[in-house]
Ligand binder design. Sequence first.
Ligand code: PBG
Length: 325
Amino acid sequence: MHLIRRNRILRQSPAIRAMVAETILKPSDFIAPLFITEGYGIKEEIPSMTGYYRRSVDFTVQEVKELWGLGIKSVLLFIKCKDELKDNKGTEALNPDGLMQRSIKAIKDACPEMVVMTDVALDPFSTYGHDGIVEGNEIVNDPTVEVLAKMSVSHAQAGADIVAPSDMMDGRILAIREALEQGGFTKTGIMAYSAKYASCFYGPFRDALDSAPGFGDKKTYQMDYANRREALKEVLMDVEEGADVVMVKPAMAYLDIIREVRDNVDVPVSAYHVSGEYAMIKAAAKMGWLDENKAIMESLTSIKRAGADLIATYFAKDAVKLING
Ligand code: PBG
């Protein structure tokens, strides 16, 4: 054979492959989600997310310091609200001494440089497990947005760097931006969960926070997974309303959406590799059916290759350890 082009030349050794690799993961690509619970000295494993934990604030602070030491620059906070504090108005979400607000302060005190992002949605605080206020069988948009704007200001007051509304109500980005401006929080960013799909892959997360919807599902606010154009509509509106970062969620079943969004906006794009995606890899690895470390690196690299500038993932720490060798 006389071939003019031999593609295998650039694959023949680890050194050559490293030289021509197009997508390289680095620690600052990752956002580490953290689940926080009341109490002291608590670190409890989430049954459907083996190897992932809910921690009390003191242990969370330790974890944040460790993550910073590894080169991770950002954490995304979720809290598990006590049942007796849940209602249909998000009262506890606005409590200046609530678990979220205390956690933000404690983390910023201990590790001021860590970029602290906070989940903004009502589901952990809701007796119904819905992201908004419930009236009859409906999740009402406008009254919910008012609470989300106040919640964002409350997080900013506690020291959050970036608020991350994950609720999919209409108009919330503009309302949050205006509320932050009015409160004088001109340095607080917004990472919008812009294209968030109604997905079965959130199952383990809802176990972690005990936040599964008590009735119905989330299809009247989260997107239909059949849709691609609609994701662009959502993302472009959120950028117009003032989002600093837009997100696609989940990640691996939505790589086409990540690429589409990356090609159409001029802000950083994040992708959320969600709890079910974590659980699938963990379960298969436990059975001996997949090599866990290889599955982690291939999955996260594919998400970055699709166009994600930032990846929220429960594998953040594992990935960084693998990257750092
Ligand atoms: C709540 C929220 C959810 C996730 C992040 N924020 C669950 C949901 O929308 O039901 C899912 C994260 C994951 O599955 O890892 N607004």
